[in-house]
Ligand binder design. Structure first.
Ligand SMILES: Nc1ncnc2c1ncn2[C@@H]1O[C@H](COP(=O)(O)OP(=O)(O)OP(=O)(O)O)[C@@H](O)[C@H]1O
Ligand SMILES: [Mg+2]
Length: 404
């Protein structure tokens, strides 16, 4: 019998691959013509194909295959097993918070492929933000998703031995190491990977490079990232990991998942909304339209935190292990620390997206460098204030006041 080996799929081979997969019969009629769309350029890391019926695009499947390196940065190796982590985490997220992730149809452990629901009526949220689209359900969906997926994988719910097994199951050391460097070490001090809009941002970058307190605070955040195995975090929870429309929100791409601080996911999303807020500088030339869209973004920041906090507290009271964790005092301290840390992680996310190597389309797509720098400057100012003042900030409203 011919041994099946791992081989990267191509737009030519993926059709046969899908036809031979166990899910083909559930989606397609036998022998119907299939069309391939290569979506790999929509991300940086993996191969991604949409395969749909040539006569009806509603019959489709999304094929995501890990490569042994990151597609856009082929120099460093990346473990193929991240596809299995993505599969398992999508299933757990569906279990704890149904309806907010793509359905996974199957995982192929030889080819390191996930076959999943093709969300072809959804838009990537980064694009949505740059078009000024309001998503009325996004804030609540995000707060609820964070509360449920993080609470149910934490020590507050899981028996201690079960949680420890989960920690070892989701170690993900190589992808964690990427984050440890890209988020926390590189952006705020001179590093060959760093790049920024120059010369416009030179003064602010120089201020950051000379601020030893700021650099030390980044290490405070890094150390917590590495040691606080609090819950199964998504690990790459930004607006580019959201596909949505006005009725439906889905969170994709948990390949960076591991046991880390809850605040990392919460803060990453808040930081990305601040990036979307800052980028409106270029996308909305009309001051009144810009102000009104920015108001919606900040209301959404507030709604994410307040929904998260309310639901997390409720889950704790209803489903938490009462013998182990019943204390109103401790619950308040837990959420206080989480909030403070979320502001720190939001800042780290902004630094890596403006000075570090992980640039984002929100800013990259602003062609005029003066305009881009002025938008990035808005985000960098907020990041510095949130990181350095976070211990004094007592509520999300106060954090937002610091922006205005
Ligand atoms: N289930 C899906 N349905 C429809 N489109 C999808 C789906 N999953 C991914 N895509 C498309 O592919 C793009 C990249 O997806 P994803 O973020 O999972 O890839 P990636 O290789 O992990 O990239 P990165 O980690 O750099 O974001 C998405 O923005 C979206 O356009
Ligand atoms: Mg990814």
């Amino acid at each position: 019998m011919k041994e099946i080996m791992y081989t990267p799929l191509t737009a030519k081979t993926v059709v046969d691959y899908v036809r031979q997969s166990p899910v083909a019969g559930q989606i397609f009629n036998s022998d119907e013509a299939l069309t391939v769309v290569d979506l790999s350029d929509g991300g940086n890391v993996n191969l991604i194909f949409r395969v749909h019926s040539s006569s009806n695009t509603d019959r489709s499947v999304l094929v995501k295959q890990a490569l042994p390196y990151a597609r856009r940065y082929p120099d460093g190796s990346m473990p193929l097993e991240r596809a299995k982590i993505e599969h398992d985490v999508l299933q757990l997220e569906e279990k704890y918070c149904p309806g907010l992730t793509p359905k996974v149809y199957g995982y192929d452990g030889v080819m390191h492929v996930n076959l999943m629901e093709d969300l072809n009526k959804h838009l990537n949220m980064r694009i949505g933000l740059s078009r000024g689209i309001i998503y009325p359900k996004f804030g609540q969906d995000t707060g609820r998703f964070l509360a449920r997926t993080l609470f149910y994988t934490s020590d507050l719910f899981l028996p201690s031995h079960e949680k420890k097994q989960m920690v070892t199951r989701f170690m993900n050391p190589v992808l964690c190491k990427v984050t440890e460097h890209l988020f926390f070490n590189e952006p705020c001090k001179p590093h060959p990977n760093n790049r920024w809009t120059t010369p416009q941002l030179d003064p602010v970058v120089s201020t950051i490079y000379n601020n030893l307190t700021l650099q030390g605070e980044m290490l405070v955040m890094k150390e917590k990232f590495m040691t606080k195995a609090q819950a199964l975090v998504h690990g790459d929870f930004h607006t580019g990991s959201v596909l949505l429309n006005s009725e439906d929100t889905r969170f994709i791409d948990p390949e960076f998942a591991f046991y880390g601080p809850i605040a990392f996911d919460v803060g990453s999303m808040l930081g990305n909304l601040i990036i979307g807020y800052a980028a409106q500088e270029a996308y909305q030339p009309d001051a009144a339209v810009r102000a009104s869209y920015r108001t919606w973004i900040l209301e959404t920041v507030s709604e994410i935190w307040s929904t998260f906090e309310r639901e997390f507290r409720q889950l704790w009271l209803e489903d938490g292990d009462k013998e182990e964790w019943s204390s109103a005092y401790f619950m308040d301290r837990y959420l206080d620390e989480l909030f403070t840390d979320a502001l720190g992680y939001a800042a780290a996310e902004i630094f890596r997206r403006t000075i570090g190597m992980a640039w984002v389309d929100d800013f990259v797509n602003i062609e005029d460098p003066d305009m881009r720098a002025s938008a990035e400057r808005v985000a960098l100012d907020i990041a510095q204030v949130w990181l350095l003042k976070r211990r004094e900030v007592k509520s999300i409203e106060q954090a937002i006041q610091l922006i205005k």
